[in-house]
Design a protein around this ligand. Sequence first.
Ligand code: NAD
Length: 425
Amino acid sequence: MTISNLSSRIPGFHRMSMAERLEAVAAFAGLDDAATGQLAIPGNIDPHLADHMIENVVATLSIPIGVATNMRVDGRDVLVPMATEESSVVAAVCNSARQCHEAGGFTTSLSGNLMIAQVQLTGVSDPENARLRILERQEEIAATCDGCDPMLVRLGGGFRDLEVRIVASRGGLMVVTHLIIDTRDAMGANTVNTMAETLAPAIERWTGGRVFLRILSNLADRRLARARATWPVEAIGGAAVRDGMISAYHFAEADPYRAATHNKGIMNGVSAVVLATGNDTRAVEAGAHAYAARGGRYSSLSHWEVTAAGDLAGSIELPMPVGLVGGATKIHPTAQACLKILGVSSAAELARIIAAVGLAQNFGAMKALATTGIQKGHMALHANNVAIAAGAVGEEVARLAAILIGKRQVRQDVAAAELQRMRDA
Ligand code: NAD
């Protein structure tokens, strides 16, 4: 197979085998044998499966899965697999969960497995009337939606509710229909998108308008996972630590610049479990951040208070559209194995555990920030990565990392010099 000279237009690229595609990419980018060989190493996923999951596959990327210990959720101890490239994330969950394990751990709940599909209607001169004309058809709409997915209905899911909103836009008034669907153990994007597309022609007929978009909303605010936990003040190091953490929370609640980082910490935990279980990280992240801004100003996803007994109580509530079927969850063997570690039998259980992990992560980050600062713990783990990047192997890694930490200079240039010194000694 030949490719045009340094052109990114590679005819038939999608029809090539993985090996042929890699060859074409290597030629285009001038990859050396080491880089090409690295990309050719299969991960713990069958290359044929990878090739069918997405388009134009040339390689796979392995991300470490760490297991968080000490988590107790709704009275059950659970080990939580977390897929992340970032050091300190798993350790933070373990430490945070340890400090509230004796006090009972995390209590969780879920608002329901409801997803929203939107149908955008434009070009109606009488939007208020159109809105009512759609609402009058609720029974017909329910039947159409349920008719799209008899299997989901058999499983107890399907159409639940109808909302029609009038949205003022730069392009005029739009009539936006929300189909509210119980998607049970599926995240449900494909499920509800099919329903929205099927219903669209009828909405045009009833209103005389024109439908454009028909797709789910990632602001899944009918699928809220909640978690709360209380950390005894003596278990966290006393009232001064608690008050520092409360102050950190007040900062995040009041300031979007801080809230973005505060919530990023929460998502360190959330996304790691979402990814480990083969779920859609972007869907959960989009939902979380949109929910964090629902009041008109971006703010903290978590809340922290002092109980009457003086303990630290944390709570979190965020959209959690995750599934046990659909997408990669069922077909990625590693995701399946991770679900087995978790021992969950419903998407609801999974969503609730993920919310608890998000809260644990948030506790860990806030405590570190309010006390020693984030860099101390972070750097200790980061030093290992810097040592490896500098070329340390085997026992050299820990020795070099210790030297870097001792010098308080966890930097690539220092690592290279110290490694040389170690080897010369
Ligand atoms: P899916 O269509 O593969 O699976 C859902 C279907 O599985 C249901 O419709 C039902 O018929 C069947 N099913 C079998 N057992 C079930 C059970 N116990 N509970 C519920 N349904 C069961 O997948 P999906 O969940 O509809 O869609 C998820 C995928 O869609 C993800 O890969 C996501 O990345 C992708 N996606 C996301 C977006 C977005 O977030 N904006 C948009 C499009 C697609």
